[in-house]
Design a protein around this ligand. Structure first.
Ligand code: TRP
Length: 390
């Protein structure tokens, strides 16, 4: 199967292969670098922390300029984290948690400021959502994001529709960036056409601006600070553009850490999506819904009958329950035991699913409990433009 059949854009991720996207080929196509053992060894040496299981397992698999960030950290020089979310629906799903769980860990390891952009403007343009409703979605999603445990004194969360009009430095950088990119270039990078609303064509600089520290004078006091962006690899086009423009407006290129996609329940050919209830587990699902969805829909790499399964064993590469355990079961030894047991046929699909269901139920219940305590006032505190002790 040619990897060229894989489609990876900010709006569409599909593969015809049942093991999903060929990520090594994607690294070549995008021109990024693989997160290899050497980088992980260096990461551990410099930070004194064992790399997160997302790094150890290749869930974050690709980077740009991560060595530069480690050099800065080694020299005691500052940098900051930037990530974001397009708040397209009230209910966030498990896949949406991945970059935020990882950012929370990075923030704890490096003790650096984090800015989180909520692109409600993007969603208003692309999904034709009313401006007022898009802002509401931002506030709603902010609660789920805050529930991931970000430090209030080091984290700034903002809605584009609310914040940019109050922050001239941000708008000025948008214009600086817009001046540097031609229509031909955005067509090439994002595939926009003559009939797209001009809002789409103008949008990419909005997502680029937070990577320029000058956009947040209240945090960075007009210093030119390096930025590290953890994101799913489909967002890379935005940041290829940003990396091209940043030096031209006098700033360092942002570094990146790219993740693979969180696969849909039905299989790795596509990522989890909010628009199809049955491909996703939502952070609002009950324990019972989680159990039913996994049992009914999680694509199985097991054999058709127990006899055949005992004889031939299961295929972890395509089995969604196993793939999801790689994301959420932290214990390396236990995961390896399960992999061996399932591959040899000793563990049945039902048993594998049971293991996953329990982990997901615990995770989602804990998330719901934390989220229920996050009031509108707490959200507002994170959204106030303020000094983050930088
Ligand atoms: N466009 C992203 C989305 O639709 C949201 C986003 C904005 C983002 N800035 C980002 C994601 C920075 C990752 C990193 O979800």
């Amino acid at each position: 199967m040619a990897a060229d059949d894989d489609i990876v854009t900010p709006w569409n991720v599909t593969s015809k292969n049942d093991t999903g996207i060929d990520y090594d080929k994607l690294i070549k196509r995008f021109g990024s670098s693989k997160i290899d053992d050497e980088l992980l060894v260096r990461f551990e040496k410099i930070t004194g922390k064992k790399p997160h299981h997302f790094l150890r397992r290749g869930i974050f698999f690709s980077h740009r300029d991560m060595h530069t960030i480690l050099n800065l950290y080694e020299q005691g020089k500052p940098f900051y984290l930037y990530t974001g979310r397009g708040p397209s629906s009230d209910a966030m799903h498990l896949g949406h948690l991945i970059p935020f769980m990882f950012c929370k860990w990075l923030q704890d390891v490096f003790k650096v400021p984090l800015v989180i952009q909520l692109t409600d403007d993007e969603k208003a343009i692309w999904k034709n959502i009313k401006i007022e409703d898009a802002i509401k979605l931002s506030y709603n999603n902010a609660k789920d994001i805050i529930a991931c445990g970000f430090k209030p004194d080091k984290t700034f969360i903002f809605s584009n529709l609310e914040h940019i009009g109050n922050n001239p430095a941000f708008y000025q950088n948008m214009i600086r960036i817009q001046r540097c990119v031609t229509f031909n270039q955005v067509k090439g990078i994002f595939g926009f056409g003559d009939s797209d609303p001009i809002g789409k064509i103008a949008f990419p600089p909005t997502q680029a601006s937070p990577a320029i520290s000058g956009s947040f004078p209240f945090i960075f006091k007009n210093q030119k600070v390096h930025c590290l962006i953890p994101c799913a690899i489909d967002q890379d086009p935005y940041f290829r553009m940003t990396r091209d423009v940043a030096p031209r407006i006098g700033y360092p290129k942002p570094a990146l850490l790219h993740s693979t996609f969180f696969p849909a329940l039905q299989g790795s050919q596509t990522k989890m999506s909010s628009s199809d209830n049955n491909t996703a587990i939502f952070l609002t699902d009950t324990a019972k819904q989680i159990k039913n969805k996994v049992n009914k829909h999680a694509f199985s790499g097991g054999q058709a009958t127990i006899e055949e399964h005992r004889q031939f064993g299961g295929n972890c590469d395509i089995d969604i329950s196993y793939q999801w355990l790689r994301f959420f079961l932290e214990d390396d030894e236990k995961l390896e035991e399960i992999r061996k047991g399932y591959t040899s046929g000793e563990i049945l699909t039902g048993e594998l699913k049971k293991e996953l269901i329990e982990i997901l139920q615990n995770l989602v219940t804990a998330h719901q409990e934390t989220r229920s305590k996050i009031t509108d006032d707490i959200v507002k505190e994170y959204m106030v433009p303020r000094d983050l002790g930088f």
